[in-house]
Design a protein. Sequence first.
Length: 188
Amino acid sequence: MPTPTVLVVDDEPNVAEAYDLFLPDEYETRIATGGEEALDRMDEDVDVVLLDRRMPDLTGDEVLERVREAGYDARVAMVTAVDPTLDVLAFGFDDYLVKPVDRDDVRGTVEDLLAIGEYTDAVREYFTLAKKRATIEDAMPVRELEADDRYQDLVDRTDELKARVDESFDDLDDEAQTGTFHQFPGHD
């Protein structure tokens, strides 16, 4: 199996270097300190992108959109000081971390994103939507969420995928379930 590649993107070089240092030697890392540089360093070998949302040349949202338009299959975690709102539901990220983050946050996120890359599209979509749902639920009042159709669509889609994923995992033996299923939000 090839060494996983992580692209770390943050316009603050010290922050990007810290994330790089947080990752063990078993990862190949690339650092970019801006959106254009991130796109230059992006290729099909990148497995995970840790992407700052606010950058001066291109925002993380714009970088993410271009990465997805180019068809790259990398898992993307937004790592940002921007608290999430319902607008993030439209973006194609896989996880959303609010700064400050520590070594365990960075390592755990990279490990989780690499792990979901191994699963079917339905499982990957479930993981992504469940993470978005948890992020939004942590950041916004329930009353406001319940009044929004976008949130209700997210809840419905997450619940539908959860049922499909539960059905798929019921077919696995206990050891396989224990080794994989615990990492998904809403499952113990």
